[in-house]
Design a protein around this ligand. Structure first.
Ligand code: C2E
Ligand code: MG
Ligand code: MG
Ligand code: MG
Length: 291
């Protein structure tokens, strides 16, 4: 468009670009305060075990209600925050929220895990595992109830620094999951070397499964690969019954997606959970959740 306007086009284009940069600049500079004033909050999206659909936990997904720009998606601001030191504060904030949630559930007789997304900078931070250990101890949480999701590209950015961090987290008993699996470089040989417990099939393949035989083949292969490496396999982006049925048939372990629920605010997640809770009877006070 700029080119068609000739010489003036360059000038015509400049204000629009200026606005993009201004917005980014504002988001970066406002983030710290946004976290401190409650504009940034954590939403929870349930994960269910297949085939029985028992709720096993949730993924913590950050949201920003910006006073000027409205509800912002993490895809817009997380990459900006990642480019600054502030992502450490973001991860700490989300982990803190997650551990408070897990502790609340435990106190109410529910044993559920929460998955927190890590940034490449956390993996480069040799103090991160100590920080996690301190937080788990402070909330008295069994480490296996906390999952960290990391992408292959965040590991590959600097494997020499990331691997020792991952090994220490894994040795502590925290669950590690490879997020968005199938995108990026996905070296199979490399997956075998990573100290992880779980793979999450990228939602693009799960969403395409109904219409694209290639996507279906990718999903099936990832389930088989994951199981042959003794990893739990989670599918994200499960939007309809057909996808869920296929995943059950393939032997996928856990499903997450709009079919089960969209990510919900803490209050709405609790209500969602309440509506599906069946108290165990008899001597066992265990709480069983079904959909
Ligand atoms: P992700 O970790 O792969 O999270 C899954 C994304 O898929 C979420 O987008 C979720 O809302 C969306 N989703 C879930 N089910 C469905 C479905 O059935 N259909 C479709 N079309 N989408 C579905 P969201 O919340 O916008 O998050 C985007 C990304 O932002 C996340 O991708 C994650 O990489 C990043 N992110 C979110 N929270 C955090 C955080 O606290 N820290 C860091 N470092 N990154 C975060
Ligand atoms: Mg999104
Ligand atoms: Mg994730
Ligand atoms: Mg993902």
């Amino acid at each position: 468009r700029a080119a068609r306007n000739g010489e003036d086009g360059v000038r015509g284009y400049a204000p629009a670009m200026g606005q993009v940069f201004l917005r980014r600049f504002q988001l970066v500079t406002q983030f710290r305060q946004a976290m401190d004033t409650g504009q940034v909050e954590v939403h929870y999206q349930p994960k269910v075990a297949l085939p029985e659909r028992r709720v096993v936990g949730a993924e913590a997904l950050v949201r920003w209600s910006h006073p000027e720009y409205g509800r912002l998606d993490p895809d817009e601001f997380v990459p900006l925050v990642e480019a600054t030191g502030l992502v450490d504060a973001l991860t700490s904030f989300v982990m803190e929220c997650a551990l408070i949630k897990i502790r609340e559930w435990l106190d109410g007789g529910l044993r559920m895990s929460v998955a927190v997304n890590l940034s490449v900078r956390n993996l480069a931070d040799e103090n991160f595992p100590d920080h996690v250990a301190e937080a788990l101890a402070r909330h008295d949480i069994p480490p296996e109830l906390l999952t960290f999701e990391l992408t292959e590209s965040s590991v590959m950015a600097d494997p020499e620094r990331a691997l020792p961090v991952l090994r220490r987290l894994h040795a502590m008993g925290v669950v590690l999951a490879v997020d968005d699996f199938g995108t990026g470089y996905s070296s199979l040989a490399y997956l075998r070397q990573l100290p992880v417990d779980e793979v999450k099939i990228d939602k693009s393949f799960v969403l395409g499964m109904g219409t694209d035989l290639g996507d279906m083949a990718v999903v099936r292969s990832i389930v088989e690969l994951g199981h042959s490496l003794d990893l739990a396999v989670v599918a994200e982006g499960v939007e309809d019954d057909a996808a869920r049925d296929l995943l059950v048939e393939m032997g996928c372990d856990v499903a997450q997606g709009y079919l089960i629920s969209r990510p919900l605010s803490e209050e709405r997640f609790e209500a969602w959970l309440q509506a599906r809770t069946k108290r165990g009877t008899g001597s066992r006070s265990e709480t069983v959740l079904t959909l």
